[in-house]
Design a protein around this ligand. Structure first.
Ligand code: 5RP
Length: 252
């Protein structure tokens, strides 16, 4: 892994965090979405709209024979509203580049993903891509996962299995793991349901455990009823972080 700083880019009126997201997204698109790339995976979250914005700015001539694959409802809307051609990974299982956000990225480019509960589809599109690139603002750049993203490791689970799985995740070393609930509707709100009809458990682990995310990933995946884990280990080729001072930090 190395890190470099690229020069500041011109700023318009966005908050520091928003402009950092945009900086990261623009830089990553400029470097990784090349004319020869025809099948492109689009991730989820609040940074990805800037990715799509920059791709659209590459022009109709480049985009008219490209296909864009979404990782969920939100990215599907971005693709359709941007008048880009929508495809699916079952039609196009070999992706040139996937660009996605992350909740946190460590010094080895391991990521926590799934803050938006899209990590199953995100992982499929990351794995299917020849190149997987992460874009984020400066708050997501850390040495050890769990330092800045405190909600825990997102675990997508089959609804039928969630109660037993919660116990098993507690025993695995996350006694505060909880089922993620829909926001804003008080105690009557039910669990959030993913685009795949599943539930999500958020499982915080201690720092020592998070220093070896690959080992944790394997343990969680062994639990019956787990559909996918929001730990992306050894998948990203590079991560772009927009900084508040207008620079971009690149880790690869
Ligand atoms: C959704 C994700 C997102 O990529 C992640 O939550 C980052 O989102 P944002 O760009 O809003 O910070 O993993 O499941």
């Amino acid at each position: 892994m190395q890190a470099v700083q690229s020069p500041p880019k011109p700023e318009i009126q966005l908050s520091k965090v928003e402009s950092s997201k945009r900086l990261a997204a623009y830089e990553a698109v400029d470097r990784h979405i090349l004319p020869e790339h025809k099948i492109i995976g689009i991730g989820s979250g609040s940074t990805v709209p800037y990715v799509v914005e920059r791709i659209i700015a590459q022009g109709e001539e480049l985009n008219h024979d490209r296909v864009f694959l979404p990782t969920g409802f939100q990215s599907k809307e971005l693709i359709v509203n941007g008048r880009l051609r929508l495809g699916d990974v079952d039609q196009y299982p070999n992706i040139d580049v996937t660009i996605d956000g992350a909740d946190e990225v460590d010094h080895d480019l391991n990521c926590i993903k799934g803050g938006g509960a899209c990590h199953l589809r995100e992982k499929v599109l990351a794995e299917a891509a020849q190149t997987f690139i992460v874009v984020a603002d400066y708050r997501k750049n850390s040495d050890v996962l769990g330092t800045t993203y405190k909600q825990g490791v997102p675990i997508e689970v089959a609804p039928f299995a969630y109660a037993k799985l919660l116990q098993n995740v507690h025993h695995l070393g996350s006694p505060t793991a909880t089922l993620r609930m829909a926001k804003g509707a008080g105690t009557k709100a039910g669990p959030i349901v993913t685009d795949n009809g599943n539930f999500v458990i958020d499982a915080p682990f201690d720092e020592q455990t998070m220093k070896d995310p690959y080992s944790l990933l394997k343990k969680i995946k062994m639990l019956t009823g787990v559909v996918e884990v929001g730990l992306f280990c050894g998948m990203a080729q590079a991560a772009y972080f927009g900084n508040a001072d207008g620079t971009v930090t690149i880790k690869w």
